[in-house]
Design a binder for this molecule. Structure first.
Ligand SMILES: Cc1cc2nc3c(=O)[nH]c(=O)nc-3n(C[C@H](O)[C@H](O)[C@H](O)COP(=O)(O)OP(=O)(O)OC[C@H]3O[C@@H](n4cnc5c(N)ncnc54)[C@H](O)[C@@H]3O)c2cc1C
Length: 415
């Protein structure tokens, strides 16, 4: 059973169904529906879509070549690396469409999708192991129970299922906040880059915003414009609405990113980061995506991580289900957190440190120092750090070799 049909849940359900398992995918809303997001997909996320067999050549997918960072009047375009196994392009697609496409994909793969089902609590056996969930179904909120030998919690930042099973958030790991709004902008909707602004300030205090602003082109006449910020010790949370309004006045008039062209209300949501809920497997429950705080502390990206973890979880479950119920199956299931930490532990740990020491204090301005912006190798290294360089992927050039060596120096984090 998979709780939640966002990118994590739908990808997990699709991979599980493809492995021949009977999968029930429970989702509280109906599709299509909104989800507050920047709608930006890096090559890591594109790779997941390709692995799942989603048709990204169909109309509606907007390709991008890389990121454009803007800082102190200077700008630099960082193309996605043309190395290794990942595609050399990114995508954008509104979550209104994206989540619908992924959920339909999971259903087409054989998962039984049930929308309008709000999961309320886990059902457990006497040993405290999850055996299913209670939920309310449909407009009448009819109480229902579903049972399954294993449950994947993919219910997003609320992490309701994990919490009910006693899996608390690690308070030392950050939860950022971000807000976005759609605007009609013919001038920017076909931009081939994801644009990011690193030199924003908090209105009122004038201090560096501990985050960045973005303008992501959607190719349909609209752009997704938003701002994200990390929490700062001993300071009040950033007023995202005020910071966004302040920043928008700096955007060129001819882009049309102004109140009269707004195409949605401003909406905000939390970003649980840095693998902030552990362990990712306990007593029959696997945590995937935001429910496990898998958003990258380097960038705020969470879709690629959610889908990649979903693939790892599904593979682990398929292998475990081939074993008899009992200690051998349990042993196989414990490989899920082990694999997540093998892949990402050091990268996330270094990101959490960079978040504490740099991003939460000064935002992204220091990493876009004029010397960095003038140095192609440093920019390449930055682009890979921000978009999740993986230490176990073969090093393709000198920049990769240095980053891999750096990551190997980072002590592996606790599981
Ligand atoms: C403003 C903002 C901008 C962002 N921009 C980007 C970006 O550009 N690129 C990127 O990669 N990431 C971005 N992120 C992060 C990204 O949105 C998340 O990391 C991603 O959505 C996580 O996917 P998920 O499937 O784990 O959770 P979600 O997408 O939150 O999906 C959870 C699902 O579970 C369902 N659910 C919840 N509770 C229940 C319940 N009780 N019963 C049944 N169903 C339930 C929800 O309805 C939802 O469908 C952004 C986040 C924010 C807030």
């Amino acid at each position: 059973m998979v709780v939640g049909a966002g990118p994590a849940g739908s990808a997990a359900a699709a991979y599980l169904a493809r492995a021949g398992l009977d999968v029930l995918l429970l989702e509280k809303s109906g599709f299509p529906r909104e989800k507050v997001c920047g709608d930006g997909l890096t090559p890591r996320a594109v790779a997941q879509l390709i692995r799942l067999g989603v048709d990204i050549s169909a109309p509606g997918w907007m390709r991008n070549r890389g990121m454009r960072w803007i800082c102190e009047g200077k700008q630099v375009e960082l193309d996605w690396p043309r190395l290794g196994v990942l595609p050399d392009f990114g995508l954008t697609r509104s979550r209104h469409d994206f989540d619908d496409i992924l959920a339909s994909h999971a259903r087409a793969a054989g998962a039984r999708l049930r929308t309008g089902v709000k999961v309320s609590a886990p059902l457990t056996d006497r040993a405290g192991r999850i055996t299913g969930v209670t939920a309310s179904r449909g407009p009448d909120q009819e109480p229902v129970r579903y049972r399954a030998p294993l449950v994947v919690a993919a219910d997003g930042a609320s992490a309701r299922t994990a919490l009910a099973m006693g899996l608390e958030r690690d308070p030392s790991r950050p939860v950022a906040a971000a807000a976005r709004r759609y605007y009609r902008s013919q001038a920017r909707t076909d931009d081939p880059y994801l644009e990011l602004w690193a030199d924003l300030r908090c209105p009122g205090t004038g201090l560096d915003l501990p985050g960045y602003g973005w303008v992501f082109p959607l190719g349909d006449g609209r752009v997704n414009v938003g701002i994200g910020a990390l929490p700062q010790r001993r300071r009040r949370p950033v007023d995202l609405r005020a910071a966004l309004s302040h920043w928008l006045t700096r955007l060129p008039e001819e882009w049309g990113i102004r109140e009269e062209n707004a195409d949605s209300p401003l909406r905000s949501a939390p970003l649980p980061m840095g693998l902030n809920r552990r362990p990712q497997y306990r007593r029959g429950l696997l945590l995937v995506g935001d429910s496990a705080g898998m958003v990258s502390p380097w960038s705020g990206e969470g879709i690629a991580q959610a889908m990649e973890a979903a693939e790892v979880a599904a593979e682990t479950i398929a292998l475990a289900m081939a074993r008899p119920q009992g200690p051998r199956r349990e042993h196989a299931l414990h490989q899920y957190p082990t694999e997540i930490h093998r892949r990402w532990g050091r990268y996330f740990r270094l990101g959490n440190l960079a978040g504490d020491l740099v991003f939460a204090r000064y935002g992204f301005r220091p990493v876009l120092h004029p010397r960095v912006m003038a140095s192609p190798p440093l920019l390449r290294a930055l682009a890979r750090l921000l978009t999740h360089v993986a230490p176990d992927e073969p090093a393709q050039d000198g920049v990769d070799t240095v980053l891999h060596a750096l990551l190997r120096l980072v002590p592996s984090s606790r599981r």
